[in-house]
Design a protein around this ligand. Structure first.
Ligand SMILES: CC(C)(COP(=O)(O)OP(=O)(O)OC[C@H]1O[C@@H](n2cnc3c(N)ncnc32)[C@H](O)[C@@H]1OP(=O)(O)O)[C@@H](O)C(=O)NCCC(=O)NCCS
Length: 144
């Protein structure tokens, strides 16, 4: 297997969008490409794909989260592994790559918010060394 974790490029946009749909987000490849264009290559954001001999089998996006009242953290904003490839350690490798990048960039904490409906993550993150910190409600105000 020639599996590598490498930076996401706009050429990955279509398979990344496909995997985002598995995550529950109906997003088009060109929307992924446009958003990636805004964040790629900055120190505030990291987007990686798990590339298995040219097939994109997972991706992760993490972003620098600066809140006035909290320690700076690197937050995992999106993570998904192809449903056909789960349980092979790919998710763990993506998170490990994020943690390595975080250390190199002076972070001391990696943070992730996971919807309570995502049963798989309740064992996944603790298996990687994360601890459950809190459970929150999310409020949204739609603007006209
Ligand atoms: C969560 C997800 C990214 C895990 O990726 P993965 O490649 O299947 O996970 P790994 O194979 O690297 O597993 C790493 C560890 O987590 C554990 N784990 C992973 N998924 C698990 C599950 N569903 N139930 C129990 N344990 C699980 C593994 O047993 C492994 O532990 P071990 O090293 O002690 O054996 C993947 O299942 C996924 O994409 N789910 C749907 C999207 C999602 O929920 N994303 C997270 C949004 S916050």
């Amino acid at each position: 297997m020639t599996l590598v974790m490498r930076p996401m490029t706009v050429d990955d946009a279509a398979p990344v969008a496909g995997l985002a749909r598995q995550l529950g987000y109906d997003v088009a490849g060109d929307e992924i490409a446009e958003r990636l264009g805004r964040v790629a290559g900055t120190e505030e954001s990291l987007a990686l794909v798990a590339d298995d001999a040219g097939n994109i089998v997972g991706w992760v996006h993490a972003l620098d989260r600066v809140l006035l009242q909290e320690t700076r953290v690197l937050e995992i904003g999106g993570l998904v592994v192809d449903a056909d490839r789960r349980g092979e350690g790919i998710g763990a490798q993506l998170v490990d790559a994020v943690a390595q990048w975080a250390r190199r960039n002076g972070h001391t904490t990696v943070y992730v918010r996971s919807n309570v409906i995502r049963d798989g993550t309740h064992d996944f993150y603790p298996a990687l060394g994360f601890t459950l910190q809190k459970t929150s409600h999310t409020y949204v105000m739609e603007l006209e």
